[in-house]
Design a protein around this ligand. Structure first.
Ligand SMILES: [Zn+2]
Ligand SMILES: [Zn+2]
Length: 349
């Protein structure tokens, strides 16, 4: 199937139109017309080559929402016209212990990410959602709930599941005390989801610039990390901290904020952190953990949860040809919302 997308052609990450082909349907494949695609920080990191060399031309995008256009002969769960989504992974071994327990993101053989990696069957490099169409095996296609607004759903597929999974893993519920470090694409979803689960949420930030936004999203308070007195007063005040900061930083200023047995979960920075101070860890059996997106079943769960609780990311709709501008704005600083590309703006010719 001939289609079009916006690809990066080198590490300068300048995105431009790119004509290419999606594979012919295999028996278990679903062909999707993409309607919306979120713009994730990792799209920018990847096309920049920040995480290693990339196979260019590369089309990023792993927050994909659309409609089923056609299905392979063996597909049972989807039919033409269904409202569907695709997230950060499009294949895994489907056989190992992690896949068996629906944690495909930790597949022992590694996942096949939605873009930039060889397909497990034919070796062709996967291309992401900044395009008109995508073909994905049925097991990795999600269903958009009936009452969900398609235009606002896309960021749930990465920002949503990335924060939902640790909130569930550490059993956040009514009365849980949750801190969220950073109020960008991930952080703003963490606040909304934790609030919807009944937690008391505090945003921890370098400045109070986004305080009104944080409160409007459901946070109870904002803690300014440069305010030593306030940080001391908040010692042992949290059961769980979700750290969404996407760059190298000092986690040791946050660990004393955890209660005994509390956990700080890193979901932003992929790479080194500042030198670690272990005293707060040892003195309070506090933990530092990491967490990667979520499995397919859990991603369906967060979509259903958001539909049920009317939780939506704050989206700023852009045209496909505004992507370079959106990337520059992302580079300047993390916004407390997500850019979402309206794929109707991409001319198929
Ligand atoms: Zn992402
Ligand atoms: Zn596996």
């Amino acid at each position: 199937m001939k289609t079009i997308g916006y690809a990066a052609f080198s590490t300068d990450a300048v995105m431009a139109p790119y004509h290419f082909e999606r594979r012919a349907l295999r028996p278990n494949d679903v062909a999707i017309e993409i309607l919306f695609c979120g713009v994730c920080h990792s799209d920018l990191h990847t096309v920049n080559g920040d995480w290693g060399p990339q196979p260019y031309p590369l089309i990023p995008g792993h927050e994909i929402v659309g409609r089923v256009q056609a299905v392979g002969s063996a597909v049972v769960h989807y039919k033409e016209g269904d409202r569907v989504a695709v997230g950060c992974l499009v294949d895994s071994c489907q056989q190992c212990d992690q896949c068996e327990k629906h944690a495909e993101q930790y597949c022992r053989t590694g996942i096949t990410p939605t873009y930039g990696a060889p397909d497990r069957v034919d070796g062709v490099i996967t291309q992401g959602g900044y395009s008109k169409h995508i073909v994905v095996r049925e097991e990795f296609v999600l269903r958009i709930p009936e009452n969900m607004d398609l235009a606002k759903a896309a960021p749930i597929l990465c920002a949503g599941i990335t924060t939902y999974s640790p909130l569930r893993t550490w059993q956040v519920g009514r009365g849980s005390r949750v801190g969220v470090v950073g109020l960008g694409g991930l952080g703003h979803m963490a606040v909304k989801l934790a609030h919807a689960m009944g937690a008391e949420v505090t945003v921890i930030s370098r400045s109070d610039q986004k305080k009104a936004q944080a409160i409007a999203m459901g946070a109870k308070a904002m803690l300014i990390s440069s305010d030593t007195a306030a940080m001391n007063a908040a010692a042992s005040a949290f059961d769980l901290i979700i750290d969404t900061v996407p760059v190298k930083h000092d986690v040791s200023i946050y660990t004393p904020l955890l209660d005994v047995d509390g956990t700080l979960v890193i979901v932003g920075q992929v790479g080194p952190l500042n030198e670690l101070m272990t005293i707060p860890l040892i003195m309070g059996r506090r933990r530092i953990a990491g967490s990667l997106i979520g499995g397919i079943a859990e991603t369906q769960e967060v979509l259903n949860f958001c539909a049920e609780h009317d939780v939506y990311p704050d989206c700023e709709m852009i045209r496909m040809d505004q992507i370079n501008e959106a990337f520059s704005r992302l580079k300047e600083g993390d916004l407390a919302r997500r850019f979402v590309i309206d794929m109707a703006s991409l001319n198929p010719n």
